[in-house]
Design a protein around this ligand. Structure first.
Ligand code: KG4
Ligand code: ZN
Length: 345
């Protein structure tokens, strides 16, 4: 490289689940490259993620993905300020591939190694500047103001958190059983829509704008917690015809989606009001859902931030962005081990 002066460039590596991803982000905000090798086609035949298959595939492609991220960013290793990697939570074997690769690269290129929490990183997808139209001006981009209420909704997690400052978060609520994305995936399977269920259910639901079917909502009184397993059971009863002739699949999909969206958006909005949040941050794979985005925007008392769909699902850019804002606190040694059960606030 390097043409014009640049800010701090961080390489982010993510292998906690079924995407092998790497990205280069400048100053935690400018996306210089973002490469994601999805494995979903490998897992679709099993109807879910097979950890062993995931680790082996990460191992096969991780170096190519990283090389592509460096090349696409137009940078050289000596331009980088650090290598950041997801240390947890996630699948043990999958994390191991990313962590060991990051350690080797940090050592070989004499760069600091930063250990990032995957859930905290999901929130930072909201700090990344949306891509400008080619050659165009930035579209009035602002970073979120704190304190913020964050809703992290993915295949493995459903967490409502209060982010008071960088590195200062408190969990308000979480799912007591299935994660929101897991519920989408299980119901997608029940409806014969394939894996992953989220995008398939969203597509199916578009064909049924109004539904007579209504599923229960688990409000759990005043708690900020969530529960989706009862809803999944209700869907099962309806699909099996235990409540009468089953309605068409799009109608069931729409009614299921509307129950999940209603609870998630209402609780996020209530928490934002109560905590006097200055922003609401959506993130995680389920935040790619258009109905959820629309409902949160409609109900939230504060400005809502939602990353573009490619930054909602797992990616390396959010890892690099988080590492930029938490640089000193996340410095790790070269004997870093993956932490499959790593906690976040
Ligand atoms: O964040 P993510 O890529 O991986 C995890 O860390 O889990 O999230 C994947 C989850 C899957 O459960 C998938 O069904 C769900 O996100 N998802 C969606 C949509 N796109 C992906 N759920 C609802 N609507 C979508 N459009
Ligand atoms: Zn994730």
């Amino acid at each position: 490289m390097s043409d014009a002066a640049t800010g701090r460039l961080i390489l982010g590596i993510e292998t906690s689940c079924d995407e092998t991803a790497a990205a280069v982000v400048e100053d935690g905000r400018q996306l210089r490259s973002n490469v994601v090798a999805s494995q979903f086609h490998l897992h679709a035949q099993y109807g879910g993620i097979v950890p062993e298959v995931a680790s082996r595939h990460h191992l096969e492609v991780v170096l190519q993905v990283i090389d592509a991220a460096i090349a696409e960013a137009g940078v050289a290793w000596r331009d980088l300020a650090a290598v950041a990697v997801t240390a947890g939570p996630g699948l043990a074997g999958a994390l191991l591939v990313g962590v060991n690769t990051a350690k080797a690269l940090a050592y070989a290129h004499d760069l600091p190694l930063l250990a990032v929490n995957h859930l905290e990183a999901h929130l930072y997808a909201n700090w990344i500047e949306p891509e400008r139209p080619s050659g165009g001006e930035s579209r009035g981009y602002r970073v979120p103001e704190l304190p913020a209420v964050g809703l992290i909704v993915s295949g493995g997690h459903t967490d409502l958190v209060l982010m008071r400052d960088h590195g200062n978060c408190r969990r308000l609520g979480r799912t007591r059983d299935d994660a929101a994305g897991e519920a989408f995936d299980k119901v997608g399977r029940l409806l014969g829509l394939g894996f992953p269920g989220g995008p398939a259910i969203e597509r199916a639901a578009r064909a049924a704008p109004r539904t007579r079917t209504k599923f229960p909502r688990a409000w759990l009184k005043d708690s900020d917690d969530f529960s989706f397993s009862g809803l999944k059971t209700s869907v099962l009863h309806v699909v099996r015809g235990e409540t009468g002739a089953p309605p068409p699949i799009p109608e069931i999909a729409a009614a299921f989606q509307s129950s999940v969206v209603d609870v998630l958006s209402t609780k996020a909005a209530q928490a934002a009001l109560r905590e006097r949040a200055r922003s609401v941050l959506l993130s995680g794979g389920v935040a790619a859902n258009g109905a959820l985005r629309a409902a949160v925007i409609e109900r939230s008392p504060a400005p809502v931030f939602v990353p573009p769909p490619v930054l909602c699902t797992d990616n390396g850019a959010m890892i690099a962005a988080c590492a930029h804002y938490r640089f000193d606190a996340l410095r790790a040694r070269l004997d870093l081990d993956p932490q499959p059960g790593m906690k976040f606030c």
